[in-house]
Structure formats: C-alpha cells, structure tokens
Write a protein that binds this ligand. Structure first.
Ligand SMILES: NCc1[nH]cc(CCC(=O)O)c1CC(=O)O
Length: 327
C-alpha cells in the first residue's frame, strides 16, 4: 500500500435511518481507529425504507440489505454494516462477512405505559409488534399467565414505535434492546424480557461488517473488529434458522451463549449452548429446545450445533408450526 492510498478514505455505505446511522457511526469510529484511515459515510436508500407495506408481506428477508450489497458489488462503497438479524442466511456471491463485532444485549425489551411489566399488563392489553416470532412467544407467555393480549402489527422506525405508547394508542410495544441502546433510548424500557420467556431473533444485537470478497487487504483490516465468540454464537443461531428453512420473518427465536461445562469448577468457557423456539403466532403451540456443543475456533462446529438442534425441533413437529411463511 502506498502512502497516498493509505490516506484515502474508506467509504462505508449506510441506510439513512437513525438506527442505521448510529450503527454505522459506531463501526466507522472503530474502523478508523484500527486502520488509521478516515471513514466516510455514504447514504443509500433501500426498498425496506421506502415501502409502506408490512415487512412480512414484502418478503421480509433482506429488503434492507440488497441495496447496500448492490453498492458493494458495484464498487460504489468499500464496506457496509448491517443488523445481523436482517441478513438472509444464504451466503452472498462476491461478498465477505469480514467481521462480527462484540454483540450487544440480545434481548427484546418491553416499552409499556405507566412503567408496566409484561406480567402487569391488563387482560386484553394491546401490544404492538408485527414480528411473528414475538407474537408467538408473547401470546404463549400471556396464556401461561392465564390471560390474553392483543398483538397489533406495527411498522416504522424505533421512534415511531415508541410513539404508539406515549400517544396512548397501544399499551406496549416490543423492541430489540440493542437498537434502543444504540439510539440512547434505553430510558423508555420498562422490562428486559427474560430469554426464558422470549428468545430473540437469530443474530439479534449483533452487527455484520461486509465487504467485497476480492478485497483481501480490506477484509483483513476489517477483521480486526471480529469477536470470535459472537461469531460462533450467531453462526449457530443462523445455521438453526437455515436448517429449519425459515426466513427472517418466520416465528423462530434462537440464542447461543458461551458457558462453563459441568459444575463450573473449571473457569474456562468451552461450551456453546443454543436454545431455539418455533411457534404458532397465537402462542397455542411452541416447540422450545436446546443443545450444547463445544465452543471452538471452528465455525463448522457451531454450524453443526444449529443443524443438530433443527433436526431435533423438526422431529418434534416444528415445521408444522411455521405456517405459510416458512420458506
Ligand atoms: N427488524 C428491524 C431491526 N433490525 C435490527 C434491529 C435492532 C438492532 C439489532 O437487533 O441488532 C431492529 C429493530 C427491532 O427489532 O427493534
């Protein structure tokens, strides 16, 4: 690399939404620090940003992602940052997942009126979410508490969703804690939903840093941001999703976490525990299972763990619960 080239700015393609800008800004700072090169943000408009249809209806998987990927392949930008949970599981031709930085809190968060928790919501409470995964688990949880809630499909950015509660239109909405955190809006959270009740979307809380496969030098630089434990965890979660043959709008939750084997006498973290859930959106039926594998540098092992759990879940009838949306 020549001196002139090393001073050239790296172009980071980003969506214009507040959340995307916040995420891209954070990664831009990190990349500038590790590479010593300035990073310039390039705004790209995606179909998911302009369409007013419900996300699940326009096909869910990848609508936020494709415009950024086209810009990468066209050489208009050098790298892009995606919410990992919005990435289709199929590996894209010509692109590389250069880094998966340390994950934020993967949990979903409840934003309710009057500081209410989920268990404190009244009978018939109106809870905003368009996500079949959240609907299935929230309805199942409500049933276990001996009550009903009404899930109301909502769209729009994080501020719009919070607005449904502040305006009194809805009793609560459910959002990813990570998104609220990146926007500096954790103040509105009234409960972090326990993963025993609500498993997040595969990859939730993690970011994906993508670049063109041909640019090995850049990929190596961006690779400095990679967190191997987060990468192993999201690899297992996405492998489960892929093996269930479900898209990102399917009612599938998954979370992989590192752990200490046995009674915990040995302090070293060597296990990866993967939990998965699939259910009907009314919450009347859920298949919830877990599997534990070895946490190793080999992503093949993490991927195998996901496939293994998927087989168990399919044997317990998971595919019958995913309905028409499963692809
Ligand atoms: N589906 C949209 C989306 N994609 C990523 C996030 C939040 C950030 C993350 O999960 O990393 C959100 C908003 C939400 O679900 O509340």
């Amino acid at each position: 690399m020549t001196a002139t080239r090393s001073a050239q700015a790296l172009r980071l393609g980003t969506r214009r939404s507040k959340l995307a800008m916040a995420q891209s800004g954070m990664v831009a700072d990190q990349v500038a620090r590790v590479t010593g090169r300035p990073v310039e943000l390039v705004e790209i408009t995606t179909y998911g940003d302009t369409s007013r249809e419900a996300l699940a209806q326009i096909g869910g998987t990848g609508v936020f992602v494709s415009a950024l990927r086209e810009a990468l392949l066209a050489g208009e930008i050098d790298f892009a940052v995606h919410s990992l949970k919005d990435l289709p599981t199929a590996a894209p031709k010509g692109l590389l997942l250069a880094a998966v930085p340390v994950r934020e809190d993967p949990r979903d968060a409840l934003v309710a009126r009057d500081g209410l928790t989920f268990a404190g919501l009244p009978e018939g409470a109106r809870v905003g979410t368009g996500s079949p995964r959240r609907m299935a688990q929230l309805n199942a949880w409500a049933r276990a508490l001996g009550r009903r809630i009404e899930t109301v499909p909502i769209r729009g950015n994080v501020d719009t969703r919070i607005g449904y509660v502040t305006s009194g239109e809805l009793d609560a909405v459910v959002l990813a804690a990570a998104g609220l955190s990146r926007l500096g809006r954790l103040d509105v959270v009234t409960e972090y939903l326990a993963t025993d009740e609500v498993l997040p979307a595969p990859g939730q809380g993690a970011l994906a840093v993508e670049c063109a496969a041909g640019d090995a030098g850049l990929a190596a630089l961006l690779g400095e941001l990679d967190d191997p434990v987060t990468r192993a965890a999201v690899t297992a979660e996405r492998s489960l999703l892929a093996a269930l043959e479900a898209g990102c709008s399917a009612p599938v939750g998954a979370l992989a976490e590192p752990g200490v084997p046995g009674d915990g006498d040995d302090e070293s973290v060597t296990e990866l525990r993967l939990r998965g859930v699939v259910g009907t959106t009314d919450g009347s039926e859920l298949v919830q299972m877990s599997a534990t594998g070895t946490l190793s540098a080999s992503l093949d092992e993490a991927a195998a763990l996901g496939r293994w759990l998927a087989e168990d879940m399919l044997a317990k009838g998971a595919s019958g619960l995913m309905g028409e949306r499963a692809r």
